[in-house]
Design a protein around this ligand. Sequence first.
Ligand SMILES: Cc1cc2nc3c(=O)[nH]c(=O)nc-3n(C[C@H](O)[C@H](O)[C@H](O)COP(=O)(O)OP(=O)(O)OC[C@H]3O[C@@H](n4cnc5c(N)ncnc54)[C@H](O)[C@@H]3O)c2cc1C
Ligand SMILES: NC(=O)c1ccc[n+]([C@@H]2O[C@H](COP(=O)([O-])OP(=O)(O)OC[C@H]3O[C@@H](n4cnc5c(N)ncnc54)[C@H](O)[C@@H]3O)[C@@H](O)[C@H]2O)c1
Length: 478
Amino acid sequence: MKTLHTDIAVIGAGTAGLAAYRAAKAAGKRALLIEGGPYGTTCARVGCMPSKLLIAAAEAAHNAAHTEAFGVHVSGEISVDGLEVMDRVKRERDRFVGFVLEGVENIPAEDKLRGYARFVSDTVLRVDDHTEVHATRVVIATGSRPSVPPPFRALGDRLVVNDDVFAWDDLPRRVAVFGPGVIGLELGQALARLGVDVRVFGVSGSLGGISDPQVRLNARKIFQREFYLDPDARVLETTRVGDEVEVRYVTLDNSERTERFDYALVATGRRANVDGLGLENTSLELNAHGVPVFDRETMQAGDSPIFIAGDANADAPLLHEAADEGRIAGENAARFPEVRQGLRRAPLAVVFSDPQIALAGQGYGRLVPGTFVIGEVDFSDQGRSRVMLKNKGMLHVYADIATGRFLGAEMVGPSAEHIGHLLAWAVQQELTVARMLEMPFYHPVIEEGLRTALRDAAAKLARAQEALRSEASENATA
Ligand SMILES: Cc1cc2nc3c(=O)[nH]c(=O)nc-3n(C[C@H](O)[C@H](O)[C@H](O)COP(=O)(O)OP(=O)(O)OC[C@H]3O[C@@H](n4cnc5c(N)ncnc54)[C@H](O)[C@@H]3O)c2cc1C
Ligand SMILES: NC(=O)c1ccc[n+]([C@@H]2O[C@H](COP(=O)([O-])OP(=O)(O)OC[C@H]3O[C@@H](n4cnc5c(N)ncnc54)[C@H](O)[C@@H]3O)[C@@H](O)[C@H]2O)c1
């Protein structure tokens, strides 16, 4: 067994690990980047980028088939060539992966080690069976993997997860999608728009990460008009029959149905890659999910020399968060035992369905009932959205009654990726609703819908604050 000594060992060369490695090197430390799987990052290889490429093809097919309402007629059949679709997805994906690989190649060979790392103690790692690494600090940046409920495992190679979809050479005919979360909704709708016969099954009504019941109901109705979606499905049996998956389920109109599919695409959530790390050999305190308890401002686990960043800490499993967390972890590992709070941005998540979903700031599910008002806009009659026939969805903005501060928003609707940014920026700037209404709104734009929601919130804030004042004066005179 070889022995290596370094200042900072980074486990995982994904987005968080690469950011941590670079921050540690920039601080003048020795750093070793340990990677067990393929280089290239989850985001570029099997995540953000190939999924957006598949969605782009799906949007092209959808738009080509929906021109008539404008008086524009496309003559002839619109056909989707699955081979060509998947070829472009993979070609462009490989281009993005190529940029990451170039960056990895530029890292000096002595700073890279191939193999899976496990803790022997807080500062000693064993990498496969070939190397023992002694580091004064460690950054865990091991990412996450699909979490597949045991009943699906009997489906063998007919069970697929996101990674498998992006390895397809052609589009299948029929796919049953389990889990209408972010991945299931994005991939399920894209496949449906590309002509794949899709059924999407969920549990407990959950949909695209939306916590606001009205926004979720609105989203559910919109998507149900386009493809089979039951967010609260009763799936009775899922079995493998020959080369197919047979699903017996209760339909939305309450009858029992049995159907066969080429694949079951399981997108029922992701699990942090921390279970195989030998954390039992460290001094770390673990939470109920086996993830080290850590400080999200410093990324430090307890007061140990171990830092944890990206999907591995299961806090905000998104690309920009992984990059921020990796940098903070690398900087703090370099200056340990002194650590500093890094910049954490306002929460922002976007689902690239059509219409898109955006969640900014505090979601409805985290707000304290009775302390906030909801400003609302329904996009079905919003001017510019209607012009473009994108008039679907709604936006709820949440504002704090005591201070008038804008707290957050949940939305399904047109241009949600852009409106979500404006809203997250407003949260981070700690703007009040009144201050947001002082900002310019051009005409005619979809952001005018945002203004309607803010005006609604402002009116409700005024009423709620007035009610509080009169209650206080009644109490004072009683
Ligand atoms: C289908 C899909 C679509 C997505 N779309 C978006 C999107 O549009 N926008 C967005 O913001 N986010 C999106 N995400 C989420 C985003 O991809 C992740 O949040 C991000 O990639 C996490 O980066 P990471 O560095 O934590 O993990 P990774 O990039 O997965 O890196 C972890 C690395 O650690 C390695 N590793 C694991 N264990 C060990 C070990 N013991 N020893 C050595 N190496 C190890 C792995 O091989 C891997 O290379 C998507 C994810 C998926 C799956
Ligand atoms: N656009 C983006 O930014 C983007 C895209 C894809 C993924 N991601 C990241 O990846 C993470 C993981 O995505 P995900 O979609 O796997 O997880 P998720 O947690 O978003 O959704 C999982 C869904 O599966 C459902 N579910 C659980 N068990 C089930 C079962 N047995 N049958 C049917 N449904 C079941 C849940 O109720 C939930 O709706 C996301 O939270 C997000 O952080 C982001």
